[in-house]
Design a protein around this ligand. Structure first.
Ligand SMILES: [Zn+2]
Length: 146
């Protein structure tokens, strides 16, 4: 699958090919704070075919303190406009991307809800996707969109 995305001001973008997960709606308090949204619409994508485009000097990072065990909770964002940007986890082999910064119609939908124990009181889950009170199992990349 070929996808692209960019920040609000357009300074930083990315292109990716290879496997992409459907959207995980993450209701964790940290993810809500990091996005300003009632849940974070996260996708995972192959880091092997992930490429930044534009001004990579504009990529800023923040690492929140570790809660239980490493790795740290890392957030990337555009230093100019503040849009959330992908976090590429080379060792794990994937990138985490907020679906709202993807261009066009990526043909992805919410397939599950994570950390619903921390769900915002303002958020009603109205779809039939499976709900996990905590961290769901890691999907098998071979079963995802090629
Ligand atoms: Zn920007």
């Amino acid at each position: 699958m070929k996808l692209s995305g960019s920040c609000l001001c357009g300074a930083v973008g990315f292109r990716l090919e290879g496997w992409v997960s459907p959207i995980q709606a993450c209701h964790a308090a940290r993810c809500r704070k990091a996005t300003g949204a009632l849940y974070a619409p996260e996708i995972a994508a192959s880091s092997a075919q992930f490429n930044w485009v534009g001004d990579t000097d504009a990529i800023a990072s923040y690492e929140a303190p570790i809660l239980h065990e490493p790795p740290a909770y890392k957030r990337n964002f555009c230093a100019r406009c503040g849009s959330p940007l992908p976090v590429v986890l080379e060792d794990a082999g994937y990138a985490i991307i907020h679906a709202g910064i993807l261009d066009g119609d990526p043909d992805l939908r919410v397939f599950r809800h994570a950390f619903t124990a921390q769900q915002s009181p303002c958020c009603d889950i109205t779809d039939a996707a499976p709900q996990y009170e905590g961290q769901p199992p890691t999907p098998d990349p071979t079963e995802l969109n090629p």
